[in-house]
Design a protein around this ligand. Sequence first.
Ligand code: G3H
Ligand code: 13P
Ligand code: ZN
Length: 326
Amino acid sequence: MAATLHYTELGLVNTQKMFQEAMAGQYAVPAYNFNNMEQLQGIITGCAQTRSPVILQVSGSARKYANASFLPHMAAGAVQMAKEMGQPIPIALHLDHGDTFDLAKACIESGFSSVMLDGSHHAFEDNIKLTRQVVEYAHSQDVTVEGELGVLAGIEDEVVSDVSHYTKPEEVEEFVENTGVDSLAISIGTSHGAYKFKLKEGEEVPPLRFDILDEIGRRLPDFPIVLHGASSVTPQHVAMINQFGGQMESAVGIPEEQLRRAAKSSVCKINIDSDGRLAMTAIIRKVFAENPAEFDPRKYLGPAREELIKMVTYKNENVLGSAGRI
Ligand code: G3H
Ligand code: 13P
Ligand code: ZN
C-alpha cells in the first residue's frame, strides 16, 4: 500500500488559480501527457523556459506504466528542476480520463492535485452521480475536478468510440450545478489520437463547432472549458516518420488557428498527447535511420527530448498563448 501524500508536500498546485488567470488573460493552460522521464523533462523545460503554467497529465494506463508510487515523485522532481532553472512555474499533476471513484481517490491520496472523472460514456444522471461523488472527496482535499459531457471519437484509454456526440449546451448548467466540478470537458469536433478525420482526396478538415462552444460560454459565464483531442498532428513530424520508415500516411489533426481561436475564448485547458508522441518518434526514427549502429538510449532519447522542448515552446508561444504569463 502506497504512502499517503498531499500534493502540496510535492510543491504542486491545483488548477483553480491557473484557470482564473487563463480566463482573465484569454489564453489556455497546456495539459501535456507524459509517462516517462524524457517526456516529463521536455515538457517542464519547455514550460519553464517560456514561463508558462503547466498541467502534467497522466492517464490510468500511463500511471500503471510509470508506476503509481514512482510517478508523484517524478512530478516533485519536475517542480525542483523548474526552480533550479530559475523559473519556478505553477505545476499541476492531473489524472486524465479517470473512470472510477477508486482510481480518482487513489490518485488524490498519492499526490495528484487535480483529477478528471470522465463519465461521458454513462447516461446523464449516472455521469452526474459518479462525478459528484469524486468532487465531494476531491474538494475535501482541495483537489480540483474536471468533468465531461459529450463523447469524442477515438481512443480514451481502453474506451474506443467510432462516433462523436457533440455536447448538448442545454445540459451544461444542470451538470455543473449538480456535480460541483471546477472545469468541463466538451465535445465540439476534436478527437483523440493521430487520425482525427477520414478525409477524401481534396477534402479539408471540418471546422470545430464554435457555435456550440459560444452557446456553452453564454450559459456558463467565466467557467473553465477543456478541449481534449487537441493535437495538430504536426505535419512535419508525420512527414519525418514516413520518410524514415514509418507508416502514418493519413494522420491528420486540428489546425492551429482553430486552437488559437478556442484558447482566446472560455477554453482554459488544451490537452496534447499525440503531438508529443509524434515529435519524439520522428526524431528517434531519424537517429536510427542515420546511425543504425547506435544503441546508447541517451543518443536517441536525448535528441527526442530536445525536439519535445521545441514543440512545447512553439505551442505555448504560438497556439495556447500561455508563454510569458508567469
Ligand atoms: O486521451 C487519452 C490520452 O491520449 C492518453 O492515452 O491511455 O494511451 O495513455 P493513453
Ligand atoms: P490528442 O490525442 O489529440 O493529443 O489528445 C490528448 C488528450 O485529449 C488527452 O486527454
Ligand atoms: Zn482526452
